[in-house]
Design a protein around this ligand. Structure first.
Ligand SMILES: Cc1ncc(C[n+]2csc(CCOP(=O)(O)OP(=O)(O)O)c2C)c(N)n1
Length: 553
């Protein structure tokens, strides 16, 4: 076996292995050579080589999102690790474990005029769970920091940074490790549930006639069926789910914006919950946030092992538990409450559905129409990775098969890494993965395709409306050169040449008929990696969407 000669690099590699950190995404460089040599020559690790650190970090994030365990990123010194920052921030807000290992120069070589040298220690200070600023010599203190970084990433479900200074020579190797590492194992002590406390909250629940359960980003197949059944049955409970919640039941409202956008102030008041119970991560719907912030519930309880945001300025209780664990203790204490809250919601859901379906049939080809056509065609048991901007917002308006798992980088809502994340997720999950993206997001992250690990059945549905269509929908849109140039960033680009360069099949659609036929071709088993670029009319899309909300009444 080959090991780097530098003892500190040996320590990092051995502790990673001992702690089960075996997926390593490496970007090229010299300063990180000791780590690259050590990881890549050890068959216990699976190493991925990705040149663009921004893309590499999102790729690692996508893997960790699926594996639910840390993935390590390894890069050289200088600006390399700054390019990890978007994914580090996403991991921080989406609670995804990532271990950044950056190679550095020893401290006395910083700020003396050496090349590719920046101040690396604590560089992610505001968005990191732990900084292990190592010293150049292997030591117990260093080992302790490495151990702790990995433990924090696992327990805290987020990014950590290990900064490792290496002195030249960097490429020398040995055949057996020369250092003994100190591996420490941290066990998670589960928080004990206080049963009396639950009784207090169950009393409030049992006397409330309007309980709203709102579910944000949530991994597929994580909520017990008994919980879903209870929430679906109690007449005083309305469940609203985000597309990214991966939670399904015919009685759940999975198209929040379709339901509440046309609301009058009286409707908002009538729907104001007495108790708001939330779980899962970020909520996409701006409208639900605006509603609940203005018409605040008397009680807002959030269930999460680690964090609770006071999104509606109404948070009264953070239950530090996983949802299943919470409900396991809570459900035996609850009683069904007589109420028409759910019945009214379901009646409106039915009503809106008729309006929604009618509207879709009658509109011309557009973003809205295209979503209505393509979402039902997603293959069962596939995984949908949606980019930010209007793609994730349109997706909220339509039904998506329960057998399709849905993900989106909503931690920071960036447009900078959706495709790279999807590639990482596809590699880690082994599921057929479909990216659903706008043109600006796709072009921004086109280096995602500069990747040797993209599975053969990876598909990209690219909605090209010649710019950032979202800005047309937002208030403040005005058809001026400033709007077109600086907001919408209008362009005439297509993915045709990128597809060719990166070995993807390339299909296009400009209307309903071609979209339908191209989708058949696109999803044909064995048709390989494909981009289907759907061209929609930039100047019509926003009008069609805004009219949709009017026609729902
Ligand atoms: C890294 C980053 N930069 C800027 C933004 C602001 N932003 C949000 S949406 C958007 C345009 C997206 O356009 P596109 O992907 O074409 O989607 P469309 O709105 O047309 O559906 C921009 C620039 C962001 N979210 N993330």
């Amino acid at each position: 076996m080959i090991y780097p000669k530098i003892p500190l690099a040996q320590s990092i590699i051995q502790i990673c292995l001992a702690k089960g950190i075996t997926n390593i995404v490496i970007s090229p460089g010299s300063r990180n050579a000791p780590l690259t040599i050590g990881f890549a020559n050890n068959p216990d690790f699976t190493c991925y080589s990705i040149a663009d650190e921004r893309s590499a970090a999102f790729f690692g994030l996508g893997m960790a999102q699926q594996l639910k365990k840390p993935v390590a990123l390894v890069c050289t010194s200088g600006s390399a690790l700054l390019n990890y920052y978007p994914a580090v921030a996403e991991a921080f807000y989406s609670q995804i474990p990532l271990i950044v290992i950056s190679a550095d120069r020893p401290q006395d070589k910083i700020d003396i005029g050496d090349g590719q040298t920046i101040r690396q220690q604590n560089v992610y200070a505001n968005h990191i769970l732990f900084n292990a600023n190592l010293q150049a010599d292997a030591s117990q203190e260093n080992d302790h920091l490495i151990n702790e970084a990995i433990a924090v990433a696992k327990i805290g479900q987020g990014p950590v940074h290990i900064n490792a200074p290496f002195e030249e020579p960097l490429y020398e190797t040995v055949t057996t490790p020369t250092v003994q590492v100190d591996v420490q194992y941290t066990s998670i002590i589960p928080k004990t549930i206080d049963a009396d406390h639950y009784a207090y909250y169950a009393n409030i629940w049992n006397s409330a006639k309007k309980k709203l359960v709102l579910v944000g980003v949530n991994a597929p197949n994580t909520i017990d069926q008994a919980i879903i059944d209870y929430l679906a049955a109690d007449p005083s409970v309305v469940v609203m789910t985000e597309t990214t919640s991966n939670l399904h039941h015919p009685t759940f409202i999975n198209n929040i914006d379709t339901i509440i956008t046309p609301f009058t102030p009286e409707d908002f008041e009538a729907w104001r919950p007495d108790v708001l119970l939330t779980f899962g991560g970020m909520v996409v719907s701006k409208r639900v946030k605006a509603w609940l912030r203005k018409y605040r519930p008397a009680h807002h309880w959030h269930i999460d092992c680690l964090r609770a945001y006071d999104t509606y300025s109404a948070l009264t209780r953070h239950f530090e538990a996983a949802p299943n664990e919470f409900f396991e203790h809570f459900l035996p204490l609850v009683k069904e409450v007589k109420s028409d809250y759910k019945a009214v919601a379901l009646e409106l859901k039915e009503y809106r559905k008729v309006k929604h379906d009618n509207y879709l049939v009658n509109i011309p080809f557009s973003d809205h129409k295209a979503f209505g056509i393509l979402l039902p065609e997603l293959p069962v048991n596939s995984q949908l990775q949606i980019s930010n901007s209007s793609a994730i917002r349109y997706a909220q308006l339509f039904d998506i098969k329960p057998e399709v798992e849905v993900f989106c980088n909503r931690g920071t809502s960036g447009i900078d890494g959706s495709t790279s994340t999807a590639v990482g997720a596809a590699v880690a999950s082994g599921k057929q993965t479909i990216v659903l993206t706008g043109d600006i997001s796709f072009l921004y992250d086109s280096n995602a395709l500069w990747n040797n690990y993209i599975p053969d059945d990876f598909k990209i549905l690219l909605l090209n409306n010649a710019g950032g269509g979202i800005f047309r929908i937002l208030p403040g849109h005005d058809e001026t050169p400033v709007f077109n140039t600086f907001f919408e960033t209008t362009h005439n680009l297509t993915a045709e040449h990128l597809a060719k360069m990166f070995g993807f099949g390339y299909l296009t659609a400009h209307d309903e008929t071609t979209l339908k036929s191209q989708l058949t071709e696109f999803f044909k088993p064995g048709s390989g990696r494909q981009i289907l670029e759907v061209f929609t009319p930039m100047r019509e899309n926003d009008k069609i969407l805004l009219q949709y909300f009017k026609e729902l009444v």
